[in-house]
Design a protein around this ligand. Structure first.
Ligand code: ADP
Ligand code: MG
Length: 247
């Protein structure tokens, strides 16, 4: 069963076309790494999948729910709300609510959106924080934490919504190398638990290790995709080869 199916996605900003014709499927438990030069459209692709940019062409389905088709446009609000609950998103700059404690960051959406009780939301949040090695940070504010800790909180916040799939947009690009590893280790653990994930990353060793499939994008197109040992170790396309030689 496909969790996500994006077909023939096109996207322009003004007269600048940034995605030309991209198709991406994600199966249950699958980890897809997206690599490629800056400006190739990686963020735009996952922002379209997560309703942060407006779709203009192609179609997007989550399981048997349809988010958008070129012919009929966006699904009605009720269907979109169902879809919104299926995915989580983790950003490069964490995007935690700065005025809320760590615990409140984790309990807000489950209470507001999923309507779980305060007790249950707190119990889930505390369990997730313990798992992230952050049990003692529940009552701290984001600014009191290191970047690596903040990013682990934002992963916990995504998990608190019990998503079927999590999108990561360069989750370690804002972190010092010594903090990068603690975040990658958490994502690695999720992969071992068969969480479906789409991860835009510059960490090639990590992509090789964690991904079932690697997609190389350039200029709004998928240039090459396949298992990591093919795309990363024996790339066929000269553009993939040139990119990997520089990274
Ligand atoms: P990547 O994540 O691969 O670096 P992006 O998806 O961020 O690439 O950007 C692809 C192209 O789209 C870039 O040229 C970028 O400047 C442009 N772009 C992205 N978002 C916007 C926007 N909201 N308005 C105008 N141009 C944008
Ligand atoms: Mg980007």
């Amino acid at each position: 069963m496909k969790l996500l199916s994006m077909k023939h996605i096109k996207k322009s900003f003004g007269d600048r076309t940034v995605l030309k014709d991209i198709s991406l499927d994600v199966a249950e438990g699958e980890v897809v790494a997206i690599i490629g030069p800056s400006g190739s459209g990686k963020s735009t692709l996952i922002r379209l999948a997560t309703n942060l940019e407006e779709l203009q062409g192609g179609e997007v389905h989550y399981g048997d729910l349809t988010l958008y088709t070129e012919k009929d446009g966006y699904a009605p609000t009720a269907e979109r709300q169902k879809i919104n609950r299926l995915y989580g998103m983790v950003f490069q700059h964490f995007n935690l609510f700065p005025h809320l404690s760590v615990l409140a960051n984790l309990t807000l959406a489950p209470r507001d959106v999923l309507k779980v009780s305060k007790e249950e939301a707190v119990r889930t949040a505390e369990g997730l924080l313990a798992r992230m090695g952050l049990a003692d940070k529940a009552h701290n504010y984001p600014f009191e934490l290191s970047g690596g800790q903040q990013q682990r909180v934002s992963i916990a916040r995504a998990l608190a919504m019990k998503p079927q799939i999590i999108f990561f947009d360069e989750p370690t690009s804002a972190l010092d190398p010594e903090l990068t590893q603690e975040v990658l280790a958490v994502i690695q653990e999720l992969a071992e638990e068969n969480m479906a994930m789409v991860i835009v990353t510059h960490e090639m060793a990590f992509a090789r290790h964690v991904a079932d499939r690697v997609i190389f994008m350039a200029d709004g197109l998928i240039v090459e995709e396949g298992p990591p040992e093919e795309v990363l170790d024996r790339p066929k396309n000269p553009r993939t080869q040139a990119f990997l030689n520089k990274n």
